[in-house]
Design a protein around this ligand. Structure first.
Ligand code: SF4
Length: 448
């Protein structure tokens, strides 16, 4: 049970020594209760008190690590029900499905289509991180597909509730550290043994929430706390209710039995219906799927889902910014012209992408504009002739770059005259209004 600030205060020495960085023990206790400071910041708490506080002030939802190829992802660790309350921390991972009912041609088609969706958007790699390998009764085929999935360099989820088959598949790809999804009320002991012996996350399911709760309690009693809760797929309604109830129980009621990440198999809820699966995956990206399983990952699905995920899993209190500075593109050196824009991440990635596409060497200058887009920064006074001139001085641009051509975003062409006065040795050039026109503009500019 989580302790309140006053309960925590009673356990402190009450000397107000300030060594924890707080003016009083009460202030420290309140922050511990809110989860904004670690209990270990007070050096005067006994081991016994520390152990008691560590248990009761631990986050309501566990953070687990999942391996996907060479990358490790975090699952869970959420502290709020709604993104605007603070932020969501561990982004949803997407999986596509291989089933032991599929023949080689079907497997190849799904793998080819899903694996080719792999691109970067605003600094983030967009792809299906996981492959969900589903057992329906053909053990040899299941093990073969598990191997195939592991060889693809993505993370693997083995969906199998038969301990003997699960054991064979795990042995085959143990190094890939798959998630073993398939523990239930009748097999949890054997499945937990396989998972713990191999250091794997264990997916647990139940006929209903009560059964799931009881099974998780039994698994915890066995010492296994590396669990992922499968919300089931009997119907969209029950899966959605389960996803929401599990998260509410963990965050609002601080019930740690449900304080685990969740897995949602939307492929099983809408088989063969790509549009419906995308709609469901969108729903469960927002509420509250840690892993979402689709039949396949197409570009159409990816653009919707990864775009949504990128919006949901950013901290609303922090602007999406890149570091101000000089970004040489296309092997630009000190003799390449300069193109200036703002530090809003989306602007940076769109502009740098188009400049790279032009093939013309150019030094992209990113000025500190508070993380705003070009016109917003200009309207807010964060992008002006003075701020650009100051940036040129602060970053010692004149000593680092010999070329004196400075290309300005077309949307702030109004700054040209004043900027030219502030930078007398420079040739200020107005660029295009839209980034998409930069390719043609830069090629023409380079040929002048
Ligand atoms: S370090 Fe400990 S004893 Fe000192 S003020 Fe902070 S909580 Fe109180």
């Amino acid at each position: 049970m989580a302790l309140k600030g006053l309960d925590i205060f009673k356990l402190t020495p009450k000397t107000n020594c300030k060594e924890c960085g707080n003016p009083t023990c009460m202030a420290f206790a309140m922050k511990v209760a809110q989860g904004s400071i670690e209990v270990t910041k007070c050096p005067h708490l006994s081991e016994e008190v520390l152990a008691k506080l560590a248990e009761s002030t631990a986050p309501p939802m566990k953070t687990l690590t999942l391996k996907s190829g060479d990358t490790e992802y975090k699952l869970g660790g959420e502290t709020v029900l709604f993104r605007h309350e603070k932020t969501f921390v561990s982004k949803t991972l997407y999986a596509f499905t291989l089933s032991d009912t599929m023949d080689d041609a079907e497997v190849k088609a799904v793998m080819d289509e899903s694996l080719k969706v792999d691109y970067e958007r605003i600094g983030e790699r967009m792809y299906a991180e996981l492959i969900f390998v589903k057992y329906t009764g053909n053990a040899d085929r299941f093990v073969e597909l598990a191997r195939k999935a592991a060889e693809a360099g993505r993370g693997v989820i083995l969906s199998c509730s038969d301990p003997a088959t699960a054991s064979k598949a795990v042995a085959e790809i143990a190094d890939a550290k798959p998630v073993l999804d398939g523990a239930n009320a009748s097999n949890y002991e054997e499945m937990s043994k396989i998972a713990t012996e191999n250091g794997l996350l264990l997916g647990v399911t139940g006929e209903n929430l009560d059964e799931l709760y009881d099974t998780v309690e039994k698994l915890e009693a066995l010492g296994n706390k590396n669990l992922v809760l499968n919300v089931g797929c009997n119907s969209i309604k029950t899966a959605f209710e389960a996803a929401v109830q599990i998260r509410r129980a963990a965050i609002l009621n601080k019930d740690r039995v449900f304080g685990y990440p969740s897995l949602v198999d939307v492929a099983a809820m809408a088989p063969g219906d790509e549009a419906m699966q995308t709609a469901l995956a969108s729903l469960f990206t927002v509420k509250y799927g840690s892993i979402i399983v689709l039949e396949k990952m197409t570009y159409a699905e990816s653009l919707a889902l990864h775009g949504l995920r990128q919006n949901i899993f950013t901290d609303p209190q922090k602007p999406m910014k890149v570091e101000p500075g000089i970004y040489p593109l296309n092997k630009a050196d000190e003799n390449a012209p300069c193109c200036i824009t703002v530090d809003f991440a989306l602007t940076y990635f769109v502009v740098s992408g188009e400049l790279e596409r032009s093939g013309v060497p150019v030094n992209l200058l990113i000025s500190d504009a508070g993380g705003y887009s070009v016109l917003t920064a200009w309207a807010a006074g964060k992008l002006s002739a003075s701020s650009i001139a100051k940036f040129i001085t602060d970053y010692d641009i004149e000593n680092k770059i010999k070329n004196r051509n400075l290309i300005l975003p077309g949307k702030v062409a109004v700054l040209k005259g004043e900027l030219q006065e502030k930078l007398p040795g420079w040739n200020v050039v107005v660029g295009p209004n839209e980034a998409v026109a930069l390719v043609k503009f830069m090629r023409e500019f380079a040929n002048k």
